[in-house]
Design a protein around this ligand. Structure first.
Ligand code: FES
Ligand code: ZN
Ligand code: ZN
Length: 318
């Protein structure tokens, strides 16, 4: 097996490109594909400051590493979710990555600073854990980006993630979500710009990228994700991809090229009025934003000895 660029020994095959690569040219492929997405979807301008949402897993550490390699000023933000050993280990991986490279990692902790963890949040709000988790992450990443004046928030969503979410949205014809399932969401109404620079890379690519770059990432999946429908969509798409390499890429990128536009909120005539949340000031379509509403219900359900820091909690609940 030979590298298609230099004809040296290849270490990986990338079936959707019908090509094999040596380690150097595979790294270059990952960076080139990321740069291509950034350019195609106008995610960033040269010199932009980016806040990377870091979980300690392969995708978020790979996107941080690649953005730096491409010359962007990128800092990390890690949110502790209070998911037992999983959170402790993920935080270790994120901190170690930043420390070893002299990078800036900002951290916050749901329980310490807002008085609840994902488990109590999801129970109190009657949501599945991933939903309370996603809501908290979106809100606090946005807030951190506003506070720090970053040009964009970058997440490590890869092609497998986006294809699986698309499959779920199409199976249930969730048109509102389809309208927002884009690799870039422009800053608007006080929300920062959101970008997904890894949409051209698969999960296998980001894992291989980390291995070659010596990035020690957290391999375990979040224990709360067990039974999550997206895992079964990913498995189904993997079967299809095995038989037909490139199918995931076609499914997602043809959706972007040929269908996404039809589901945009302005194309459907839907408009939502946005005003500052009465409690935290974040932009919201309700008087109290979804995060403050979640925090209020969740903190009421957290045993007093668990909510260590109350000063921040008061701010959220005032
Ligand atoms: Fe959010 Fe698992 S990482 S629920
Ligand atoms: Zn090569
Ligand atoms: Zn709020």
């Amino acid at each position: 097996m030979k590298c298609q660029v230099c004809r040296g020994p290849a270490i990986i095959d990338v079936r959707r490109h019908n090509a094999n690569f040596c380690s150097d040219h595979f790294l270059r492929l990952c960076r080139d594909q990321t740069a291509k997405s950034i350019k195609q979807f106008e995610m960033l301008e040269p010199g932009d400051r980016v806040l990377v949402a870091v979980s300690g897993g392969k995708d978020s550490l790979a996107v941080w590493d690649i953005l730096l390699a491409l010359g962007y000023e990128a800092e990390g933000f890690y949110l502790g979710l209070g998911i037992g050993d999983y959170s402790d280990t993920s935080s270790d991986h994120a901190r170690r990555f930043a420390e070893e490279r002299g990078l800036t990692l900002h951290t916050e902790d749901l329980l310490r600073e807002y008085g609840f963890d994902v488990t109590h949040g999801s129970r109190a709000a009657n949501r599945v854990p991933c939903s309370a988790c996603g809501l908290s992450k979106r809100h606090l990443f946005d807030e951190a980006a506003r506070r720090g004046g970053y040009d964009a928030v970058a997440t490590g969503h890869n092609l497998d993630d986006e294809a699986a979410v698309l499959m779920g949205n199409v199976l249930h014809w969730q048109t509102e979500y389809l309208g927002r399932q884009l690799p870039v969401l422009e800053a608007r109404n006080g929300f920062p710009k959101k970008i997904k620079p890894l949409v051209r890379l698969s999960e296998r690519d980001t894992a291989a990228y980390c291995l070659i770059r010596g990035i020690d990432y957290l391999v375990d999946e979040c224990p709360m994700a067990v039974g999550n429908k997206h895992l079964s969509y990913k498995a189904a798409l993997n079967d299809i991809e095995n038989d037909s390499p490139g199918a995931k890429h076609a499914f997602y990128f043809k959706f972007l090229a040929q269908a996404a536009e039809r589901f945009r909120p302005d194309a459907t005539g839907e408009t939502v009025e946005i005003s500052p949340c009465e409690r935290c000031g974040a932009p919201s379509s309700n008087e109290i934003c979804a995060f403050c509403a979640l925090a209020e219900r969740a903190t009421a359900a957290v045993p007093i000895h668990m909510g260590a820091t109350r000063s921040r909690r008061k701010r959220v609940n005032r």
